[in-house]
Design a protein around this ligand. Structure first.
Ligand SMILES: Nc1nc2c(ncn2[C@@H]2O[C@H](COP(=O)(O)OP(=O)(O)OP(=O)(O)O)[C@@H](O)[C@H]2O)c(=O)[nH]1
Ligand SMILES: [Mg+2]
Length: 342
């Protein structure tokens, strides 16, 4: 049933193969232009993109992958830039992937007006990429994770991904990290909001940024209390095998001046050490690998149903009946499933 799709993945065209082989050898030689091109191929799901991911896969996982999420304007980019500077100080290389769902047209969400980021962007040990947020077959979260894999495979010591934590897909992206930092600010005020948004579940480290403003201390205490209150329950940081759980730190920073940022970097290293010692890193990577297989299968099935087996055409044809009430979405869906499986 999936013949044509399977052929496409396994035996992509000769011209593509030659093109991607050249690309891959440039990539492995550490050429930045190849990194940029590989990302573009994956981001826009051009022919052979899954082969590129396949070829790079064995190099994925060497970097520490850090998700940085939180409400709009919390200072995620400023904190990212400050962390990057600290890593560079230790001569570590850093890749940054930024997703900006609010302004899809800037194409420079992170570069934007962040002077500091512009400074680090000139550094050859730093690579920054903003994600376009246009829809793709597998969804933004999947595409972002695949782009992060490409950046990871290039060999950076750390890969940071910045996302605005407002929707499910951003949570999904953050969950693709080894370690997730949730950034809150005093003016976003209530920690209840963070809990509602599901940020508590994904955080490994909390950062209360803009600690130069009133209310930071109180918010930090509130978040800490809430974490303490919940720690009896099954949080993701309590591994089933190893009962030694990670105590989620609540740190305060002034990202703009760099105050408190080295403590965040230290917490990242501690979390990494805990992940390794507790077996949690392996567990997280296993569940990520399983999830990736499901995603890629889902993408293959979607393409098969909607494009190759004419699902989209059946849907378009049924639209008038759907609108007039002659047909229901369930009937139309059943028709499409029959057409595919029949
Ligand atoms: N007072 C104060 N302002 C800060 C601090 N950190 C960042 N800012 C300012 O907050 C604003 C937003 O910072 P960004 O780093 O762009 O925030 P962001 O979370 O990346 O924003 P989006 O990506 O648009 O969601 C900027 O004007 C920063 O200069 C801080 O510690 N204290
Ligand atoms: Mg930002």
């Amino acid at each position: 049933m999936f013949d044509s799709r399977a052929r496409k993945v396994a035996l992509f065209g000769m011209a593509e193969r030659t093109r991607h082989t050249a690309l891959l050898s440039d990539f492995l030689a550490g050429k930045r232009t190849a990194l940029a091109r590989a990302i573009s191929i994956v981001e826009s799901q051009r022919d052979g993109f899954e082969d590129v991911l396949h070829a790079l896969h064995e190099r994925v996982g060497a970097a520490q992958r850090v998700g940085i999420t939180g409400p709009p304007g919390a200072g995620k980019s400023t904190l990212t830039a400050a962390l990057v500077q600290g890593f560079r100080h230790n001569e570590e290389t850093v890749g940054v992937v930024a997703v900006d769902p609010t302004s899809p047209f800037t194409g420079g969400a992170l570069l934007g007006d962040r002077i500091r980021m512009n400074e680090v962007a000139l550094d050859p040990g730093v690579y920054i990429r903003s994600m376009a947020t246009r829809g793709s077959l597998g969804g933004l979260a999947v595409t972002t994770r695949e782009v992060v894999d490409v950046v990871d495979a290039f060999g950076f010591d750390r890969v940071l991904m910045e996302t605005v934590g407002v929707g499910q897909s951003e949570l999904d992206i953050a969950a693709a990290a080894d370690t997730t930092i949730v950034v809150l600010v005093p003016e976003s005020g209530d920690s209840i909001q963070a809990m509602k948004a599901g940020l508590m579940e994904i955080s490994d480290i909390f950062v209360i940024n803009k600690a130069d403003r009133p209310g930071a201390e109180r918010l930090a205490r509130e978040v800490d209390m809430m974490l303490h209150f919940r720690s009896g329950r099954a949080l993701k940081n309590v591994s089933a095998k190893d009962s030694a759980s990670w105590r989620i730190p609540v740190l305060q920073t002034v990202a703009e001046s760099g105050k408190g940022v080295s403590e965040v970097a230290a917490a990242l290293d501690q979390h990494r050490a805990w992940l390794e010692a507790s077996g949690e890193l392996v567990r997280r990577r296993q569940s990520r690998a399983a999830e990736r297989v499901r995603e890629v299968v889902g993408r293959g099935i979607s393409e098969h149903v909607w494009q190759e087996r004419g699902g989209e055409a059946i849907l378009q044809e049924a639209l008038p009946d759907l609108l007039s009430g002659q047909a229901t979405p369930y009937e139309v869906a059943a028709r499409i499933v029959r057409a595919v499986t029949g």
